[in-house]
Design a protein around this ligand. Structure first.
Ligand code: GYE
Length: 346
């Protein structure tokens, strides 16, 4: 790990004295950045990982936060993949705030990184900053969640999961589980409002169940992908509804909180209330084996290697696929080999 002033040194040496001589205005910009960095002091959210390789690719990555085990696994994987690939990483954690992500992307532009990648917290509101990146000639890779933009030339491609397919898989498990059952009351604890996984996990799930009169989603509320909010939401849902047959929770972290609330209410998770969760953290697989969760829809955060591969192509001016999706599976109480699963890595 390097400090911010080390970072600056790295970048100056990376770009080389020659280029500074050729572009004297650059010295002013760098001096300006140096002053800004010194004045800003340490915010504690940025780190830079150096490979000590003066010619390695410099990737600016804006992570949206650290709200879940999934996100922590994603962050760790990106750092490790950068090491493996010999990529120099400038990493910023936005603590769930879009304005912090925009600031981070602007700082990457000012530093003249080779490639920018980011995991957008929400879908809307990226056009201005991405137009600035485009004007600076820096290719942008969108990771994990999608963005909404009228101008698709503002980014080079997307890598992440197919959340619509995850919602469909959650509902397909439910159809199998409820085969022959009567009416089924479902509550949904959804993720961050206006984020892609929240929108698509909801719509994929509904696309399978709508038209089947046995299933009613009696209430859907957002737990913002957080364990504490998952618990609060479940408490509220239990207080408002007498009969809840199924909980569909958009991530493991909220599910862990919801399970606490269910147990505190004297109910048995996985039996009194069927629980379907998304992500597939190690802890969720443990609870599936214990019988407290019935179905885990996998969503992998381990996309670091692909991000590095695509970033290298972009830096070399090569084309990349418009969309790259992870291959994912579903684990459920119907599987008999859960104990044999290799460690999840998140
Ligand atoms: O499911 C959740 C995290 O965007 C896929 O964000 C990601 C989601 C993941 O907070 O746990």
């Amino acid at each position: 790990m390097l400090s911010k002033s080390d970072t600056l040194r790295n970048i100056i040496s990376k770009r080389g004295r020659e280029s500074l001589k050729r572009r004297p205005y650059l010295q002013l910009i760098i001096l300006g950045i140096a002053c800004a960095v010194l004045l800003a002091g340490c915010t504690g959210t940025q780190d830079v990982q150096s490979q000590g390789n003066e010619t390695s690719l410099l990737l600016g990555f804006s992570q949206l936060g650290s709200e879940s085990g999934w996100r922590l696994g994603n962050t760790r994987d990106i750092h490790e993949a950068a090491q493996r690939a010999g990529v120099q990483l400038m990493f910023e954690n936005a603590e769930q705030k879009q304005e912090n992500q925009i600031k981070a992307i602007r700082s990457f532009i000012a530093y003249q990184v080779d490639v920018i990648a980011f995991a957008p917290n929400v879908e809307d509101g990226w056009d201005n900053v991405l137009t600035e990146a485009k004007a600076a000639g820096i290719p942008v890779l969108v990771t994990d969640r999608q963005i909404n933009t009228a101008d698709e030339s503002l980014y080079a491609g997307f890598v992440g999961s197919d959340f619509e397919a995850e919602g469909i898989r959650a509902a397909e498990f439910l159809l199998e589980k409820m085969n022959g059952a009567g009416h089924v009351n479902i509550v949904e604890i959804s993720g961050t409002i206006d984020s892609t996984p929240m929108r698509q996990r909801a719509s994929g799930f509904r696309s399978v169940l709508e038209g089947d009169g046995r299933f009613t989603i009696i209430e859907s509320i957002s737990g913002d992908f957080l364990r504490s909010k998952g618990k609060e939401c479940m408490r509220e849902l239990l207080a408002r509804h007498d009969t809840i047959d199924v909980l569909y929770s958009h991530n493991d972290e909220m599910t862990f909180g919801a399970i606490e609330a269910i147990e505190e209410a004297g109910l048995v998770p996985g039996k009194d209330i069927v629980i379907i969760t998304v992500d597939g953290e190690q802890e969720a697989i443990g609870l599936l084996i214990e019988g407290k969760i019935n179905c885990v829809v996998e969503c992998t955060p381990l996309i670091g290697d692909v991000i590095m591969e695509l970033a290298k192509k972009l830096a070399a001016g090569e084309p990349i696929p418009w969309e790259t999706y992870s291959v994912e599976v579903t684990f459920s109480e119907f599987d008999d080999d859960l104990d044999a699963l290799p460690p999840r890595g998140y």
